[in-house]
Write a protein that binds this ligand. Structure first.
Ligand SMILES: Nc1nc(=O)c2c([nH]1)NC[C@@H]1CN(c3ccc(C(=O)N[C@@H](CCC(=O)O)C(=O)O)cc3)CN21
Ligand SMILES: O=c1ccn([C@H]2C[C@H](O)[C@@H](COP(=O)(O)O)O2)c(=O)[nH]1
Length: 263
């Protein structure tokens, strides 16, 4: 079993056992717990679940859409054969001033890369998608909305803050895609991947995901070891990475667990 499975399933188990049952805007109630934390040393193991199949390539494409393409246009994501944002697409084809829009608006990827290269002991390396002024014009207010970056002895550390975490669908994507991001940014800044800490303010399980997550919990004993991440080492420019440059080697898992997304 991967360390990702252990930490993720501990949270899932705790929510199912002790979570507070409450309504929310989607109409599908959730069980929820506050302030759940996972922490991975990326030098030791790449965090991805093995107790179910995580659509790794899809998660990587969504990440590149936000951080590299810096797009809010759902058609750009669909062009990569990724459809996880289809339900939130507005008639103009975008998700409004959300996600990639906020990265581009303030050149946040460029600034982070530049600071990591020129002033790695800077204590102000923050990328934030939470822009109060623009919130009313977003199709969805960003969930994984902030990262804080830090360097110790050549190791790149990242703290991800997520205000709202869908444990069944969003979180398995988020934990893995942000781990990929740390690897990508480390490679192009001459650093090595260090600690990745993922804080979730409202960690919830939708009522209609309970059965699938119970199935996943029951699979624990059979879980395979974690795969390894392999990135094309020749790439030194963050904007040159393609999904093909980012490969999972020997990803063994216990199969898909379909869940419906609450819109
Ligand atoms: N309720 C909700 N949960 C989320 O996780 C979420 C939202 N809304 N809204 C915006 C994005 C969209 N996200 C999504 C949407 C769908 C999948 C999903 O269906 N995942 C499937 C595989 C999809 C594929 O293979 O392409 C899965 O089994 O993980 C994942 C994340 C994450 N976000
Ligand atoms: O990257 C993401 C994006 C979204 N989510 C989930 C978290 C919630 O279940 C919904 C958003 O609903 P709000 O009412 O705006 O909190 O989407 C996620 O887990 N990860």
């Amino acid at each position: 079993m991967s360390k990702a499975d252990t930490q993720y399933l501990t949270i899932v188990e705790n929510i199912l056992k002790n979570g507070y049952y409450a309504d929310n805007r989607t109409g599908i109630p959730t069980y929820k717990l506050p302030h759940q934390v996972m922490q991975f040393d990326l030098a030791e193991e790449f965090p991805i679940l093995t107790t179910k199949f995580v659509a790794f390539k899809t998660a990587v494409k969504e990440l590149l859409w936000i951080w590299q393409l810096q797009s809010n246009n759902v058609h750009d994501l669909q062009a990569m054969n990724c459809h996880v944002w289809d339900e939130w697409m507005r008639p103009d084809g975008t998700i409004g001033k959300a996600y990639g829009y906020q990265i581009r608006k303030y050149k946040q990827t460029d600034t982070l890369l530049h600071t990591l290269k020129t002033d790695p002991q800077n204590r102000r390396m923050i990328v934030s998608l939470w822009n109060i002024e623009d919130l009313p014009d977003m199709a969805l207010e960003p969930c994984a909305y902030q990262t804080l970056w830090d360097v110790n002895d050549g190791r790149l550390n990242c703290l991800l803050i997520q205000r709202s975490g869908d444990m069944g669908l969003g979180v398995p994507f988020n934990m893995t895609q942000y781990a990929v991001l740390v690897h990508l940014i480390a490679q192009v800044t001459g650093l090595t991947p260090g600690l990745f800490t993922h804080v979730i303010n409202n960690a919830h399980i939708y009522e209609n995901h309970v059965e699938a997550l119970q199935t996943q919990l029951a699979r624990k004993a059979l879980a395979p070891d974690a795969p390894t991440l392999e990135i094309n080492k020749n790439i030194k420019d963050f904007y040159a990475f393609t999904p093909e440059d980012i490969q999972l080697i020997h990803y063994k898992h216990l199969g898909k667990l379909p869940m419906e997304v609450a819109v």
